[in-house]
Write a protein that binds this ligand. Structure first.
Ligand code: HEM
Length: 179
């Protein structure tokens, strides 16, 4: 982001003759520091690593089941899908509290975009687990288990990328430099 864009987005004095984002003028727009954090380190960022890794693992275990025919991998897929969903729910809960509590996060449209993408992902993760529990480990893999896992993997990549955009582009969740 250029210095000009930063100034015009409300993080500094408005400049004459340039367009000003009215949302950026709302008090507390620049308060984006995480509240659900340990010593300033956001818990959401710590938790999301698990659903991200486990969603990819579910696809991996499906692929290994198809390759080896060993039922162990189909059972491992149930555990990976279940853990991805449950830890994803926890991460989503922490993220939602953050979204509602921190004014600078709540005011940014990108935060709500992340919320919508993440809720879609959580629905797919829940479907992946529920379908396997309902159909049985082996029977679930082909074709729908594998297809849902592929969809979950793509959606996880999108959600993770967008979360990174929030942090690295909009500085959402980050604390102000102390020095
Ligand atoms: C359902 C509701 C969710 C909400 C409201 C939410 C909200 C947020 C917020 C506010 C941030 C900024 C950092 C912070 O303040 O902690 C963030 C970052 C992030 N989110 Fe979410 N999130 C949700 C779910 C998810 C899920 C399910 C995933 C992935 C599986 C995810 C992946 C990420 C990633 C990778 C980051 C960047 C973390 C970093 O690099 O520091 N989020 N999210």
């Amino acid at each position: 982001m250029t210095d000009d864009r930063r100034r015009d987005s409300g993080n500094g004095p408005p400049r004459r003759g340039r367009l000003q984002d009215p949302i950026a003028l709302i008090p507390h727009y620049s308060i984006t520091e995480s509240r659900i954090a340990i010593a300033g380190h956001p818990i959401h960022a710590m938790l999301v690593a698990f659903p991200v890794a486990l969603a990819f693992c579910t696809f991996g275990t499906d692929a290994l089941y198809l390759w080896t025919g060993d039922a162990f991998w189909a059972r491992a897929a149930i555990w990976a899908a279940g853990a991805a969903f449950l830890i994803g729910l926890l991460a989503g809960l922490v993220g939602t509290v953050e979204l509602l509590m921190v004014p600078g996060i709540r005011l940014r449209a990108a935060s709500w975009t992340h919320f919508v993408i993440a809720m879609t992902l959580l629905s797919i993760l829940g479907l992946n687990w529920g379908y396997r529990l309902h159909s049985g480990a082996d029977e679930a893999v082909l074709p729908y288990g594998l297809l849902i896992s592929a969809l979950a993997m793509g959606m996880t990549a999108l959600t993770g990328w967008h979360g990174g955009k929030l942090v690295f582009e909009y500085q959402v969740g980050s604390s102000k430099p102390s020095g």
